[in-house]
Design a protein around this ligand. Structure first.
Ligand code: AG3
Length: 280
């Protein structure tokens, strides 16, 4: 009998989320990070970057649907979308479901994430092959500066705000994103969990608020990430997430597994401690 190997993502260095490794699929080091893919019999394939779980096959739908559909349905007519990060393709897969989206540009810094996803994660990588997708390998912080007034929606699907991703959670980047948006455009970012690194979480929203005219935080149950309670920040010059909301556009997306029209309001209710931090 072979001994079980277990993978643990440590949370704040003091406890963790543990998954049994039933099959090792890939392990490598790119110019930016370590990339590990393994399989668990109950949950399917798991992708880990620098020790942090990026996606689990059984649960990725929750994250990718909730990152993409609230902002795209808040916008009256999103035609050009930019995704920064997201090299696994899951965010692209959801964005191109919107009939009005003509082009979704993916700007991923690490080519190896795209290549390993294509090889081992077909369930998300299918998004990369969409005829509406344009792939660009490069630093999102530089790319956004060169694309003024080019996008209706900018989506940041990044790793945690440490190392090379840290700049994606800072004011200079937010200012550039504002310039990259067309009039009436909307920005959205995965914004971690308020249950951990609370000060960092609060700071992200403070900086978003300093740059944008309107910021709305929303949440979803994402069991593959620390605490399972995850948030997103939607920012614009004043777009109400419900103002242009048309449930018929949701129906046209086909059957979704997490997002449904009521979440366009209900997902925006956060726990009291988090709401208090945002109100300050
Ligand atoms: N989304 C990764 C969110 C951060 C997860 N953090 C963690 N496990 N510590 C990017 C991958 C999905 N497209």
């Amino acid at each position: 009998m072979t001994e079980n190997r277990w993978f643990t993502e440590l949370i704040d260095g003091s406890y963790g989320m543990t998954i049994r490794v039933d099959r090792e699929i890939y392990r490598g080091r790119s110019d930016y990070q370590t990339i590990e893919i393994f399989e668990n019999d109950a949950l399917g394939r798991v992708m880990v970057l620098d020790g942090a779980v990026m996606l689990i096959e059984a649960h990725e739908f929750a994250y990718h649907e909730m990152l993409v559909h609230p902002p795209l349905l808040a916008h009256p007519n999103p035609r050009r979308v930019l995704i920064i990060g997201g090299g696994d393709g899951g965010t692209l897969r959801e964005a191109v479901k919107h009939a009005g989206v003509e082009e979704a540009v993916l700007c991923e810094i690490d080519e190896a994430v795209i290549a390993t996803s294509r090889e081992f994660l077909p369930f998300t990588a299918q998004g990369l092959d969409s005829p509406k997708a344009t792939l660009h390998v490069g630093d999102g912080i530089a790319y956004i500066r060169e694309n003024e007034g080019a996008f209706d929606v900018v989506i940041v699907d990044s790793t945690d705000p440490v190392g090379f991703a840290e700049g994606l959670f800072r004011t200079p980047f937010y200012e550039d994103c504002k310039r990259a948006l067309r009039p009436g455009g909307v920005f959205v970012q995965q914004t971690e969990s308020p249950f951990y690194q609370f000060d960092a979480w609060t700071r992200i929203f403070k900086e978003l608020n300093a740059s944008f005219g309107r910021v709305d935080a929303y949440a979803a149950g994402i069991p593959m990430y620390p605490s399972g309670f995850w948030t997103f920040g939607m920012a614009s010059e004043g777009l109400d997430p419900l103002a242009h909301f048309d449930p018929r556009r949701t129906e046209a997306l086909g059957e979704l597994r997490y997002y449904h029209p009521e979440l366009q309001t209900r997902a925006f209710a956060l726990p009291a401690f988090a709401e208090r931090a945002l109100a300050k």
